[in-house]
Design a protein around this ligand. Sequence first.
Ligand SMILES: [Zn+2]
Length: 127
Amino acid sequence: MPNSFTPSEQLDLYCRFCKKVMPAQLERSIAGTGRTLDRESTFEYFCTKCRRTVCYLGKDLWGAEDNDQSDDGPREYLAKDHYLVGEVIKHKSFKDKGTIVGKDIGTPNRILVRFEKKGLKKLVEDV
Ligand SMILES: [Zn+2]
């Protein structure tokens, strides 16, 4: 069963051009031919300041509907887990929590997290 997916219309994203976290808005949702929007679709956001765009796959984005974080609060960061842009996580050794504001796809993937106290940090995921 393909799950349709709706990402948040607005996200705080790190803009490589502005070099800071800016509010970004969803510009386009690109589904594959004959497909509905799902976690394999591409979603394009633009920085509300410089209007440059950045693309993420649905599977890397926090959904508008399923953002019911459990009663335990934010997930704890573990390098082996997969994270979503827009998700709030907590970091045990930093004793801090932060919002994921970007992601670099690579080997390994890196997530960019804006921590409340520590500021911006890059962390690995899926390792
Ligand atoms: Zn920008």
